[in-house]
Write a protein that binds this ligand. Structure first.
Ligand SMILES: NC(=O)c1ccc[n+]([C@@H]2O[C@H](COP(=O)([O-])OP(=O)(O)OC[C@H]3O[C@@H](n4cnc5c(N)ncnc54)[C@H](O)[C@@H]3O)[C@@H](O)[C@H]2O)c1
Length: 249
């Protein structure tokens, strides 16, 4: 009997960062069900073990803000899986601080984790995708990078940076088969949101046309679309918005 996976991502080797929790874990689950071979990376190695989507996934505890660690991660994944066909950049942090109270370290940390990690992983993975004449990169931005969020200048700037980076990289590499897109979710109920004040969350909920936050499994199908063939074939440089109507493009 042939037990080769037959799903939309059968045979695709996918590296997902931030895979231990929330949206990244949901994307890992969806990709696993679609037949992908998974490499899951996260700072939180224990949580990665507990929540890893597939028993067959390789797990990579790593601090993605550390450039040599990112290089080692990509080398390790290539050694174990042979190639990276799909890269999903989902690792991130969120803090809520009014601008007038924000120290430089808080600003810098946000840029390092939510923007520079995307640069580092893409810089390490793109040469291998170009050599293979193809690949998909999906960067998880945020609708706050499109419309801004009070108390979130650092986060909004980092996520707007992810959207700009995505467009620029798409222009650089799409003609060689590497398609680069962003997803800008609206508020999604994950551990990340626990860090926001109740006041912020209530105000945000009231402002959403759908009147509710999303759930991680409701974002994952957008990533699946962008990673798959033919669904994702015509998307590059785009920012897709599963956002409860918070931003209407
Ligand atoms: N939850 C939301 O409302 C929402 C909305 C829009 C965008 N996003 C974005 O979606 C992504 C996932 O967020 P989430 O809500 O699932 O949060 P989450 O906190 O559940 O998951 C984030 C993961 O990133 C990992 N991480 C953080 N810093 C890291 C580092 N330096 N190296 C490696 N891993 C690191 C964490 O350990 C965690 O497992 C983030 O980029 C976030 O900004 C979230």
């Amino acid at each position: 009997m042939n037990d080769e996976p037959t799903g939309a991502l059968a045979g695709r080797r996918c590296l997902i960062t931030g895979a231990a929790s929330g949206i990244g874990a949901a994307i890992a689950t969806a990709f696993d069900r679609a037949g992908a071979t998974l490499a899951l990376a996260d700072l939180d190695g224990d949580q990665l073990e507990r929540s890893a989507a597939s028993r067959n996934a390789s797990r990579h505890p790593v601090d993605l803000t550390d450039p040599p660690a990112v290089t080692a991660l990509v080398e390790d994944v290539l050694e174990q899986h042979g190639q990276i066909d799909v890269l999903v950049n989902c690792a991130g942090i969120l803090t809520e601080v009014p601008l007038i109270d924000m120290d430089l370290a808080t600003w810098q940390r946000m840029i390092d984790v939510d923007l520079t990690t995307v640069f580092l992983t893409c810089r390490a993975v793109v040469p291998h995708m170009l050599a293979a004449n193809g690949g998909r990169i999906i960067n998880i931005a945020s609708q706050l990078g499109q419309k801004g969020g009070s108390g979130l200048t650092h986060y909004s700037a980092a996520k707007a940076g992810v959207i700009g980076f995505t467009k620029a990289l798409a222009r650089e590499v799409s003609a060689r088969g590497v398609l680069v897109n962003a997803i800008a979710p609206g508020p999604i109920s994950t551990p990340m949101i626990d860090g926001l004040s109740q006041e912020w969350k209530s105000a945000k909920e009231a402002e959403l046309p759908l009147g509710r936050f999303g759930l991680p499994y409701e974002v994952a199908p957008t990533a699946l679309l962008l990673a798959s063939d033919p669904g994702g074939n015509l998307y590059t440089g785009q920012t897709l918005g599963p956002n409860s109507g918070d931003v209407m493009a």
